[in-house]
Design a protein around this ligand. Structure first.
Ligand code: SAM
Ligand code: MD0
Ligand code: SF4
Length: 347
């Protein structure tokens, strides 16, 4: 398979061989792919980049994902924020200019015990006070609970499969059900929410796995799709795994953009902090995620603390970085227009 053929403007059909060639290509060829991805982004979203605030409101979790710092068996300090603190953090984020608030939790037994009534009440309260678009990242929950999230006004449900290879899934999300996770995501779509799908890179996936994930992201009807490089976590079973170079993540971002020009695709500050923003944006991302209000005791996921209390994972920090790339933060009215357009494109 000719590299030049893969990079050229026009259609791209994902195949394991094509993904393998692109992953193995040199920096110059990758830059040509990224340039193609940027043109695709410019055609759909111009110079606008959407900014998402992140509130990780409970770091308690019943699961034991082998890649995650917050897995049940990791002996770490944890917190569970009360509704007032969550709403306060969300209000600060919205006042600072984010276009969406992502409410994230571990699969916290306390919230599960009370059927997520508090989480639903928090969504309602944030909606009432700010009117901001909201995403829920609650992990796997029953379809009934998802409908309650939708009724409370949450626009988005995020749930990443991490991989679409069931064997690799079983190694990453030990003891969890692949189908159950997928069904939860599809239940959110059926309840009228936008969904986000995602993969982890650097966890032993093959070009063929990545190709399958590219196809699955379209098949499930994801409005937002992401790749995040695995970051080794102290105390976890995958602690000793080599830190991945970021090439796979960047190539995957570009391929998602080329295949799904309309999609929302994050550049997460949660992998390499603010210094990691430019390469991800230059690969075709059009959303910045993991903006965290400083000094409230809130954490990231893959990078629990990096750049947070220093105030770099903020709208101000991100806006400055975007400016140097000739891009700008979108207004929330523009974000809503984008969502309306996406719902016309994805039935
Ligand atoms: N607990 C919920 C769940 O698992 O769906 C929501 C929060 S979870 C922490 C969000 C995502 O963070 C995971 O799906 C995974 O993709 C990502 N993540 C967790 N640990 C990571 C790590 N060490 N490196 C990179 N990404 C990670
Ligand atoms: C992020 N740390 O966007 C967040 C998290 C969950 N919906 C998102 C992984 O990078
Ligand atoms: Fe829990 Fe989510 Fe971490 Fe898995 S990735 S251990 S479900 S917080």
């Amino acid at each position: 398979m000719e590299l030049s053929e893969l990079i050229r403007e026009g259609s791209f059909s994902p195949s394991p061989a094509a993904v393998e060639v692109l992953l193995g290509s040199d920096a110059e060829a990758r830059e040509a792919l990224f340039a193609r991805a940027r043109r695709a982004r410019a055609e759909t979203t111009g110079d606008k980049i959407f900014l998402y605030g992140f509130v990780y409101f409970s770091t308690w979790c019943r699961n034991d994902c082998n890649f995650c710092y917050y897995r049940r068996d990791n002996d770490i300090a944890r917190y569970r924020k009360g509704p007032d603190e969550v709403v306060d953090a969300a209000e600060r984020l919205v006042a600072s200019g984010v276009n969406l608030v992502d409410l994230t939790m571990g699969e916290d037994p306390e919230y599960l015990r009370e059927g997520h009534r508090t989480a639903t009440a928090i969504i309602r309260e944030i909606k009432e006070r700010t009117g901001s678009p909201v995403m829920v990242s609650s992990g796997v929950v029953p379809a009934r609970t998802i409908r309650e999230f939708a009724e409370a006004g949450a626009e988005f449900f995020a749930l990443y499969q991490e991989t679409h290879n069931r064997e690799l899934f079983a190694r990453l999300r030990a003891g969890q059900d692949y189908n159950g996770r997928m069904e939860s995501k599809l239940a959110a779509k059926a309840a009228g929410m936008f969904i986000e799908e995602g993969v982890l890179t650097g966890v032993g996936e093959t070009p063929s796995d990545l190709c399958d994930s590219l196809i699955e992201m379209g098949r499930v009807g994801a409005a937002q799709m992401r790749a995040m490089s695995f970051v080794p976590q102290s105390g976890s079973p995958m602690e000793g795994r080599a830190e991945s170079d970021r090439v796979t993540e960047l190539v995957f971002i570009a391929l998602m953009r080329v295949l799904y020009p309309h999609a929302l695709i994050p550049a997460s500050l949660d992998v390499d902090g603010l210094s990691g923003l430019a390469p991800r944006i230059m690969a075709g991302a059009n959303v910045v995620t993991s903006i965290v209000p400083p000094r409230l005791g809130l954490r990231g996921v893959a990078q629990a603390d990096l750049d947070i209390d220093e105030g770099a994972r903020t709208v101000a920090g991100v806006s400055e970085a975007l400016k140097t790339l000739g891009l700008r933060p979108a207004t929330t009215a523009e974000y809503r227009e984008r969502l309306a357009e996406i719902s016309r494109l994805i039935p």
